[in-house]
Design a protein around this ligand. Sequence first.
Ligand code: SF4
Ligand code: F3S
Ligand code: FES
Length: 247
Amino acid sequence: MSYEAKFRVWRGDDGDGELVDYAVEVNEGEVVLDIIHRLQQTQAPDLAVRWNCKAGKCGSCSAEINGMPRLLCMTRMSTFTEDETITVTPVRTFPVIRDLVTDVSFNYEKARQIPAFDPGDVAPGDIRMQQVDVQRSQEFRKCIECFLCNNVCHVIRDHDENKPEFAGPRFLMRIAELEMHPADVADRRNIAQSDHGLGYCNITKCCTEVCPEHIKITDNALIPMKERVVGKKYDPIVWLGSKLGIV
Ligand code: SF4
Ligand code: F3S
Ligand code: FES
């Protein structure tokens, strides 16, 4: 059964823009990205939207739907009532290029700043990993880099001034993954705190709430990482060892 949905879509560039109203046909089983594509085909051929897989796996189609950070391709139209106005806006934390497309280069800059996996002198095949360690990495590796978590985190969402010091939950999770990896010999506690702003996170868990891969970012990455940092700072033996340069 088809119906006409009321859509309100943000149109503009980094200088200026406005919400524009459209009425667009919706068919059974469709997702919001289908409607945005129909809008492009029928009424707004110059509407800019980024997407790739339409399967929730490339992380390209991040936007805000009725103010909630979501993937356009994974949000079913059946989530909304037929008389509801559906407002689609670009993610707020990153600068708009045009319409629904934002400049997410902040995230790639942060990714480049994280030192790579460091196996030390251990040769491949020389280490046996416990299943629990494998599973931890696997959870974090489900990340599709949609950056919805970085988009929603209040530390940078309305505070551009924090961006130089705060990598955001996606990359603090990456640091935690490496820090907790039994074969990685680098000590990542200092860089987490001093270079990537772990201390700014006050565990609001908004990142976990919006993650389309349902990764427990806060409970399984950020809190354990905070515990490790605090352990290093306040454990007297660790403190003495670090002063003597042996831990
Ligand atoms: Fe997206 Fe989740 Fe990865 Fe964040 S952790 S970038 S919300 S998939
Ligand atoms: Fe931000 Fe997530 Fe911490 S939303 S404050 S990084 S728990
Ligand atoms: Fe790939 Fe939506 S188009 S995640």
